[in-house]
Design a protein around this ligand. Structure first.
Ligand code: NAD
Length: 498
């Protein structure tokens, strides 16, 4: 059976790793590979490689860095199908959706191709007599990226192209559940001409993560994953003096007002809730049906949920694949059961779904629960599976109260034809990314991505301008070039006039 190795100093490495973890094929339920789990000494080797590479990489011209990003972009395009199939095989999502994540991730590389403008500083001429001031941003050093299973290509691409284009070197610790894409990306970087040690991959579990968080050779940590781990990463890495951004979990609400086009809203809610089997941090997991919208909306949602084609991600024609593990499937099923127990009405129950020929696969069909209340566990917890719950609200104010009362604040959406209501919602909602008639409002790569409240620990959002700010630190230079031979009076006091 294939064992997936680390990528350190420009080549595959096994180091001191003797522990391994299974990589499942979620569509068949069988083990398809093993992945190495790094020991602290393997992390040390990767960080040492990145530190050594930083000395030269940080001095490389912006032109050279940009050229490598342009080449990487081309290689990502050329290998889109191969990468998409790799992701579908290990994650389970349908190939077209996997290709979609590669395209969205590639957009961040496109932003990194313009790093020269993103890094532009300011210059003020003659701030004092013969004195000029200018600002610039310099790289931090070694950045660690720790990423989740649900977007094995896109989420790491939110981080490393920007960090590297800014002059940092990088150690990626991808999810151990779908690790192969990270190694292919490492090969593409090498083919693009990135020097050895600038981009490293260590596979592993908590041991690898905690070693990175404590490591004196790591300057900053970008994390994306569930809220409890995001909180742990933020606390532990800031305690060891690092800059940290830790993006956490989500419970994304889509508010549907009575004036909305029900068919349109239901179509988008269905795709937003069940696409990628609901395993997206921006998946719609709660529909807040306002006033008269509720009955009609639930009826159309139920029809659409029943039409979702469930099957292996590699077979074309399927809308939704399995979830990542058998444990994840059982967890989703237990939330459907607890919702019903606590008083919700099961309009569609996906627990019995079987896919012919794939009886051992980790499949669970779409479920729709109505009359869910904010007190129920199924509402309070992030389920991260194909389950959409409907909460009913009397008016927009009540809907806003529900959304703002939830501890998560990643994404939200409103479906309406009323501009004033949409504007009131977009201004009043305590959520980082807002869609108006757009169910999954993932910002374009020229903007930054991030939530509020328990969906983000740290100050900056990821990629785009906030990514550049996160991966660099500011320097301000004040300079004077007196003419040779002409003296400039030195003052003991701070000048009271200039
Ligand atoms: P996870 O938190 O289990 O794992 C994320 C990373 O942390 C992995 O690399 C994993 O190896 C590591 N990890 C897991 N347990 C750890 C521990 N105890 N100590 C140290 N490291 C640990 O998340 P996941 O299940 O891979 O991904 C799904 C979660 O990620 C969901 O909660 C989803 O909402 C979230 N997510 C958020 C965003 C966002 O932008 N906010 C994007 C994608 C996914």
């Amino acid at each position: 059976m294939n064992t997936i190795a680390h990528w350190i100093d420009g080549k595959p490495a096994t180091g001191d790793s003797s522990r391994t973890a299974p990589v499942w094929n979620p569509a068949t339920g069988s083990e398809q590979a093993r992945v190495l789990l790094a020991e602290p000494s393997d992390v040390d080797t990767a960080v040492a490689s990145a530190r050594a590479a930083f000395e030269t990489w940080s001095q490389t011209s912006l032109t050279q860095r940009t050229r490598i990003m342009f080449r990487l972009r081309e290689l990502l395009t050329r290998h889109e199908d191969e990468l998409g199939r790799l992701v579908a095989a290990e994650h389970g999502k349908v190939v077209d959706d996997a290709r979609g994540e590669i395209v969205r991730g590639r957009e961040v590389v496109e932003y990194a191709c313009g790093i020269t403008s993103a890094l532009q500083g300011g210059y003020s001429d003659q701030v004092s007599g013969g004195v000029d001031t200018f600002s610039l941003r310099q790289p931090l050093g070694v950045v660690a990226g720790i990423t989740p299973f649900n977007f094995p290509v896109m989420v790491p691409l939110w981080m490393h192209p920007i960090a590297i284009a800014c002059g940092n070197t990088f150690v990626l610790k991808p999810s151990e559940r779908d690790p192969s894409a990270a190694n292919l990306i490492a090969e593409l970087y090498a083919e693009a001409g990135l020097p050895e040690g600038v981009f490293n991959v260590v596979h592993g579990d908590k041991t690898a993560v905690d070693t990175l968080l404590d490591h004196s050779g790591v300057d900053a940590v970008s994390f994306v994953g569930s809220t409890p781990i995001a909180q742990h990463v933020h606390e532990r890495a800031t305690a060891s003096g690092k800059r940290v951004q830790a993006l956490g979990g989500a419970k994304n609400h889509a508010v549907v007002l009575p004036d909305a086009d029900v068919e349109f809203a239901a179509d988008h809610l269905t795709a937003g809730a069940f696409g990628s089997a609901g395993q997206r941090c921006m998946a719609v997991s709660v529909a807040v049906a306002v006033g008269d919208a509720a009955d009609a909306l639930v009826e159309v949602l139920a029809d659409k949920a029943r039409e979702v084609q469930v099957g292996p991600g590699q077979d074309s024609g399927n809308d939704m694949g399995p979830v990542i593990t058998g444990q994840a499937r059982d967890r989703v099923a237990s939330f459907v059961a607890s919702g019903i127990e606590q008083g919700a009405r099961a309009v569609v129950d996906g627990r019995g779904t079987r896919v012919e020929g794939h009886e051992e696969g980790f499949f669970i069909g779409p479920s729709l629960l109505d009359h869910v209340t904010p007190q129920m566990d199924v509402y309070r917890e992030e389920v991260f599976g194909p389950l959409l719950v409907v909460v009913r609200a009397g008016d927009l104010d009540e809907a806003l109260e529900i959304v703002n009362g939830n501890p998560y604040g990643n994404g939200t959406a409103i479906f309406t034809n009323d501009g004033e209501a949409a504007r009131r919602f977009q201004r009043g909602v305590s959520v980082g990314m807002v869609g108006v008639n757009v169910p999954i409002p993932v910002p374009n790569s020229h903007y930054s991505f991030g939530g509020w409240k328990d969906s983000l620990f740290g100050d900056t959002h990821i990629h785009g301008p906030e990514g550049v700010a996160f991966y660099t630190r500011a320097k301000v230079v004040t300079s004077r070039w007196p003419r040779v031979g002409r003296s400039v009076e030195a003052a003991f006091n701070f000048p009271s006039h200039s």
